[in-house]
Ligand binder design. Structure first.
Ligand code: 5GP
Length: 207
């Protein structure tokens, strides 16, 4: 069976990155490593956190249609390498994309069967504290991120699921439950069930 494309998105500071790290530790997902033109932050490793590219390198990849989606976020480009993610899905892996809202909406157009999960902060005050506590933003970029977060919350209605990230463990459990439920959806499994000539349904669905 094909894997799921799970898109985890939401405003900056909602905790998408922390949730994705925790999910990766708990389960066998394939997490896409995005390309970006922004500079690495302290401790970030090329090829692990991001593929750090120059603007020229990024534009070349756009020209050869190398991205599933890309977006300009706070003055830098971010994009999801296409072929590796699609290959992983074809091979049965569940693929996680942690991307911004513009990117998520583009993926929804080209891949509507994806699972679109919006991560919300418990409150706007908490969101502000999280952005400040990261310590990686200048006062201007902090204000920009906070203002966009306010607007971005409105996009929740375009998603399939909303998960409030109050405690990371709880948010991770909710996402794992969503994934289990998605794997059981009739529109995803009906062909397998109907093709199961020998009646070995369990193996068809779960192996
Ligand atoms: P940061 O600079 O804090 O790592 O990321 C800034 C924003 O870019 C975050 O909202 C993050 O989810 C988003 N982002 C990271 N990778 C991608 C990507 O491949 N595509 C898009 N559209 N957004 C991304």
């Amino acid at each position: 069976m094909k894997g799921l494309l799970i898109v985890i998105s939401g405003p900056s500071g909602a905790g998408k990155g922390t949730i994705c790290k925790a999910l990766m530790n708990e389960s066998d997902f394939w997490i896409s490593v995005s390309a970006t033109t922004r500079n690495p932050r302290q401790g970030e490793i090329d090829g692990v956190n991001y593929h750090f590219l120059t603007k020229e390198e990024f534009k070349k990849k756009i020209d050869i249609d190398d991205f599933l989606e890309y977006a300009e976020v706070y003055g830098n480009y971010y994009g999801t390498p296409k072929s590796r993610a699609l290959q992983a899905i074809e091979s049965g892996k569940d693929v996680i994309l942690e991307i911004d809202i513009q990117g998520a909406l583009k993926v929804k157009e080209s891949y509507p069967e994806g699972v679109f999960i919006f991560i919300l902060p418990p409150s706007m005050e908490e969101l502000k504290n999280r952005i400040i506590n990261r310590g990686s933003e200048t006062p201007e970029s902090l204000m920009t991120r906070f203002k966009s977060a306010y607007k971005e919350i409105n996009y929740v209605s375009k998603y399939n699921y909303a998960v409030v990230n109050d405690k990371v463990e709880d948010a991770v459990k909710k996402i794992q439950s969503i994934i289990v439920a998605e794997r059981c959806r009739v529109d995803r499994v009906k062909d397998k069930i109907l093709d199961s000539k020998e009646g070995i349904i369990h193996e068809q669905l779960y192996d």
